[in-house]
Design a protein around this ligand. Structure first.
Ligand code: ADP
Length: 303
């Protein structure tokens, strides 16, 4: 569906200085895939997105979507796009803004209202629809931005930092939204700093740095069976008896423990044992995901 073939993009300033933002980049993203892009600041993520949106052509190599140059693809089919920096006239209401975006995106006039209602429903922003943009919180603005990206129900969706500014509840719901958007024939690209999110959402993740593809990680995440890993437990009381109950746990001090686990069942059994012994557990989080580990290896601490 989307193909980069040794794509290189060099920015040249008027003073003749040049920056190679993307170099010899090759990648194929299939239809039906949710694909993640991760990389530190300056890695070239925005440039890759601009190439896919057809904002400019590669300096060398090629980029195509469904066999077309991105510009032609966008003209024919459109691409749903959530930009990292979306500016909307602060005096418009949320629904005005969506109606205008829908019109701009070429939604037929008689369908604008229906599409706007649908995406408002999808993002749960009905109670904010009549509020002015300037009155919306960052999280609600981000949801509006996402709603905007879904207006035309396109086959290609590109979401740049989609959970930026969302609270944990909406970050969680966002996962549900992406899952509901997944369909055969549709390609969803998500650029994010949040590796945990990409690990959960994406089928594959490209780790890029210095304009190059460093690694392609198959996340293979399956909520039900996600197994081996290290979990971090925070306990409020009972820390002193943890060594006796869970000898495998490493005491990190301050009521924090690291626990290597081979299955979700094992994790639950360990927790049940600790809780039964009177330990009060405040939180349980995966200490490091597969993706995070790969990212650190590929990019080092700069990420
Ligand atoms: P990311 O989105 O991963 O932060 P970018 O694609 O924005 O990375 O940038 C990649 C590199 O290209 C950086 O070194 C950045 O400074 C440079 N760059 C980005 N846009 C321009 C531009 N319009 N002109 C010159 N250099 C640019």
């Amino acid at each position: 569906m989307i193909e980069f073939n040794s794509a290189t993009k060099v920015y040249r300033s008027l003073l003749g200085r040049s920056v190679t933002a993307v170099e010899e980049f090759s990648l194929q993203v299939a239809e039906g895939e949710v694909f993640g892009i991760a990389g530190p600041n300056g890695a070239g993520k925005s440039t890759l997105i601009s190439l896919m949106l057809g904002y400019f052509r590669p300096t060398a190599g090629s980029v195509s979507i469904a066999g077309l140059e991105p510009r032609s693809y966008v003209e024919r089919n459109g691409i749903g796009y959530l930009s990292e920096l979306m500016t909307i006239n602060p005096a418009w209401t949320g629904e005005d803004a969506l109606a205008r975006f829908a019109t701009l995106a070429g939604v037929p006039r008689q369908e604008v209202r229906r599409r706007v209602d649908t995406v408002i429903e999808q993002l749960g922003i009905a109670e904010h629809r009549a509020k002015k943009i300037k009155a919306l919180s960052k999280g609600n603005l981000q949801r509006l931005g996402l709603a905007q990206a879904l207006l035309r129900d396109e086959q290609v969706l590109i979401l740049d930092e989609p959970t930026h500014g969302l609270d944990p509840i909406w970050t969680q719901r966002f996962r549900g939204i992406v899952e509901s958007l997944r369909r055969p024939g549709r390609t969803i690209i998500i650029a994010s700093h949040n590796l945990d999110e990409l690990q959960r959402l994406a089928d594959r993740v490209a780790i890029i740095d210095r304009g190059r593809l460093q690694r392609l990680v198959q996340t293979g995440y399956d909520q039900a069976t996600e197994t081996a890993g290290v979990y971090r437990l925070a306990v409020v009381s009972g820390a002193d008896c943890m060594a006796a109950i869970l000898p495998a746990a490493t005491d990190l001090g301050g009521g924090e423990f690291q626990l290597p686990i081979t299955s979700v069942a094992e994790l639950n059994a360990a927790l049940a044992k600790a809780i039964a012994a009177g330990v009060l557990v405040a939180s349980v989080v995966p200490a490091r995901s597969v993706l995070e580990q790969q990212f650190r290896e590929a990019v080092g601490e700069r990420g």
